[in-house]
Design a protein around this ligand. Structure first.
Ligand code: UDP
Length: 430
């Protein structure tokens, strides 16, 4: 058996106040024909990163509306996760090398995980490239397919290394459907009959996003030394080239010339499926030097979901200086807390940032610094943008919309006629 992940129960009814009765009713209607269906999500890690973040909420909500939903994590060790990180980077366009060794390791671990996948489900949702080979391994091993299989690709494939995609494609195209986060990410060559577009979403009731009072915020952040009476700017993300924390430090240094009291917090978590993260951390720490106004905060000093929540609520401006970004959940997280976001014009970020309304899209360090400075000097503009951002997220990027769209996809895969799928969810319908 693969490793099961336990989640804390959730109730859809608790979201009524946030999203309204109509949304709740629609979800319950869509879930009715799926009652009792056995569904499993498979991915590579139970914590750290956007996929785990969403599954933590999606799985209990799927159970609450009547499915029998599970979540299991594939088995792997440092060797495998180094290889999957390489594959991830290659597929996102970083110039690392995919070779016979990485191919062999990826195949070997997918084979092993296929053997550990030992039960039948009505729906299997496999997330990202790490475990994508399991279905083919099962079938070449002689096991007949049971249920419908979906491959859910969360990453931006547009500038990936073609040879790596060509390696992965035969494993992906035998799925009954493939889900991408954005239309731009669709691989037209993919032979799959059905392709769906499903932008990610955040859970407004999770510890990461739930409302916190100023007293709680002050208490939660007291161990970390951040001065809440001084302006704070913040980036929460993995430390790697795509998220570019070095560029954030450069921008902060420019902002500091104009707003000397500014503080910067860079939050990162050292994730199980990201073995490079410690090296990157040291590198960023050196780059920040001995600046007492730069806070480098990690899960290792207890910065978890509630602390991230408190920091996002305390920041005057949130930054997401990504050169590459599948979607960028952190952007919606900050907008939901009424914070304007200055972010790289990459991947799924422009869906969330309406230029000048919910934040600013920037392409250079100087632009990033200028926009942050402007927002720090014009708090009323920042406040207005934050409120617009919150509404934008309410309409488009909450977990209820995500759950609803998944239910539509599952119904469609089962061949139920139902309502036509609207809003661009169905890209290719077979
Ligand atoms: N995250 C966190 N602590 C960290 C870094 C990231 O809790 O130190 C969370 C962040 O709040 C978000 C997710 O991890 O929920 C990252 O998702 P995103 O889509 O922004 O990026 P990914 O890491 O999936 O590329």
């Amino acid at each position: 058996m693969l490793s099961p992940v336990t989640t804390i129960p959730k109730s859809l009814d608790d979201y009524r106040e946030i999203v309204g009765e109509e949304v709740i009713t629609e979800i319950r209607n869509l879930a009715a024909p799926l009652r009792g269906a056995r569904l499993i999500h498979l991915n590579s890690t139970a914590f750290g990163g956007g996929v785990a973040e969403m599954l933590t909420s999606l799985v209990p909500l799927m159970n609450d509306v009547g499915l029998k939903a599970e979540w299991q994590v594939i088995k792997g060790d440092e060797k495998f996760f180094n290889v999957t990180k390489t594959m991830h980077d290659c597929l996102q366009g970083t110039s690392v090398s995919w070779n016979q060794y990485t191919t062999r390791v990826w195949l070997q671990y997918n084979q092993m995980n296929a053997k550990l996948f030992d039960q039948d489900y009505d729906y299997v949702i496999v997330h990202d490239p790490q475990p994508a080979g399991i279905l083919k391994m099962l079938e070449t091993g002689g096991k007949a397919r049971h249920g419908k299989w979906l491959w859910r690709c969360h990453i931006d494939l547009t500038e990936g290394q073609e040879n790596v995609w060509q390696f992965l494609e035969p494993f992906a195209e035998i799925y009954d459907g493939v889900i991408f986060s954005l239309e731009d990410y669709v691989k037209e060559s993919l032979g799959t009959a059905r392709i769906f577009i499903l932008p990610p979403a955040i859970d407004p009731l999770s510890p990461k996003n739930i409302e916190l009072s100023p007293e709680v915020i002050a208490q939660v952040l007291s161990p970390y030394g951040v001065n809440l009476n001084r302006p704070l700017i913040l980036q929460v993300s993995r430390f790697d080239k795509a998220k570019n924390p070095w560029g954030v430090i450069d921008a902060y240094r420019l902002v500091k010339r104009e707003v000397p009291w500014v503080q910067l917090a860079l939050v990162t978590s050292l994730a199980q499926d990201d073995p490079d993260s410690r090296d990157y951390f040291e590198h960023v720490a050196k780059y920040a030097g001995g600046d007492y106004d730069v806070y480098l905060l990690t899960n290792l000093v207890g910065v978890g979901n509630v602390e991230v929540n408190a920091l996002q609520r305390s920041a005057r401006v949130a930054i997401q200086n990504s050169a590459k970004e599948g979607f960028g959940l952190v952007v919606s997280e900050a907008l939901w807390k009424g914070r304007p976001v200055v972010a790289g014009n990459a991947g799924g970020i422009p869906l969330q940032i309406i230029y000048g309304k919910t934040g600013y899209l920037v392409n250079t360090v100087e632009e990033c610094a200028n926009r942050i400075t402007y927002l720090l000097k014009h708090p009323q503009v920042a406040e207005r943008m934050g409120q617009a951002g919150k509404e934008h997220v309410r309409q488009n990027f909450l977990i209820t919309r995500y759950l609803r769209d998944y239910l539509k996809i599952l119904n469609r895969l089962s061949g139920r006629p139902g309502e036509p799928i609207t809003g661009g969810l169905e890209y290719r319908s077979g």
